[in-house]
Design a protein. Structure first.
Length: 303
């Protein structure tokens, strides 16, 4: 009986040791061996494949290609230039090349978007002509914004990149250009957004209005017919919520959307529209180009 108990105990200890060796000790030894040899098990020529999930509408990424890890010299050069985000996006995980999208997987086609752009330009030219005729008849000057037709605008390229899987691709150069343009584009028009007009009682059945919060937002029109949504700054970045603040309401910070955009890029969802911070001259860049009387009435002009 004692020999049988010893045998069972030895068998149990052997099973525990084997499991500990296989699941704990062996992975640690492999990691140390890889670190000592400075090698990567994922070779650049290896093909990765994802299991196909029938219930999810995922893109078929059957053939992925990985970019090799940079050498020590190139890594040092990379640390000396660019931002932390650029160094992060240079990692091989962010350089996976996917298959080209089919036309039906894109939201807009080139011909469709260019035709829409030309209609906006034609509408503006007709309005400009009416303003010029009214100026000649009444001897009054009307301020007409200077618009530019740019078929290579970054916002057009961004719209062309929207597809059923993401708003833009990982390596889309139009995103960085769009962020730069949003900082520098000339504002030629300012108005309330459609949800703000709906809250004020205006009804426009041609517009799809999404319910929004209580934070003021403006729709700004740029010189190349692009449109952006502007959210003013109300609190500083380092300002904390006071203790006696109303429980169900928190600060609606202007940099929340900026953080959401960058976090969305880092997590590789790419489903948040591009957002950027910009200093705006309220009088020169908004009040002087606002034609909405309700909007102009909210500005305080010192006597």
């Amino acid at each position: 009986m004692m020999r049988r108990d010893r045998f069972l105990l030895a068998a149990a200890l052997s099973a525990l040791f084997s499991a500990d060796f296989y699941f704990i000790l062996l992975p640690k030894l492999q990691n140390r061996r890889r670190a000592a040899g400075n090698i990567c098990s994922c070779s650049p020529n290896s093909n990765l494949s994802l299991p196909r999930l029938e219930a999810l509408a995922t893109p078929q990424l059957s053939n992925w290609t990985l970019t090799p890890l940079p050498s020590d010299a190139s890594a040092l050069e990379l640390d000396d230039r660019g931002s932390k985000l650029q160094r992060l996006f240079s990692h091989p995980l962010y350089n996976i090349q996917t298959l080209e999208l089919k036309p039906e997987e894109r939201l807009l086609q080139v011909e469709q978007l260019i035709e829409y752009y030309r209609r906006k330009v034609s509408h503006w030219e007709r309005r400009k002509k009416l303003y010029n005729e009214a100026t000649a008849l009444t001897n009054m000057s009307f301020m007409v914004e200077k618009m530019t037709y740019d078929p290579n605008a970054s916002w057009l390229k961004f719209h062309l990149g929207i597809n059923r899987y993401a708003l833009y691709s990982r390596d889309d150069p139009a995103i960085l250009q769009l962020l730069t343009d949003m900082k520098n584009m000339t504002i030629v028009g300012a108005d309330y957004t459609q949800d703000e007009k709906a809250l004020k009682g205006a009804c426009d059945c041609s517009q799809v209005v999404k319910p929004s919060g209580h934070h003021l937002k403006l729709a700004l029109k740029m010189h190349n017919f692009g449109k952006v949504m502007f959210k003013p700054m109300r609190q500083q970045r380092d300002e904390e919520t006071p203790e006696d603040f109303f429980y169900f309401v928190d600060f609606q910070r202007h940099n929340a959307e900026i953080a959401a955009f960058h976090l969305d890029r880092i997590l590789d969802f790419r489903r948040v529209p591009p957002v950027v911070g910009r200093r705006v001259n309220v009088t020169g860049e908004i009040l002087q180009v606002a034609h909405n009387d309700d909007l102009r009435a909210v500005f305080f002009t010192s006597p």
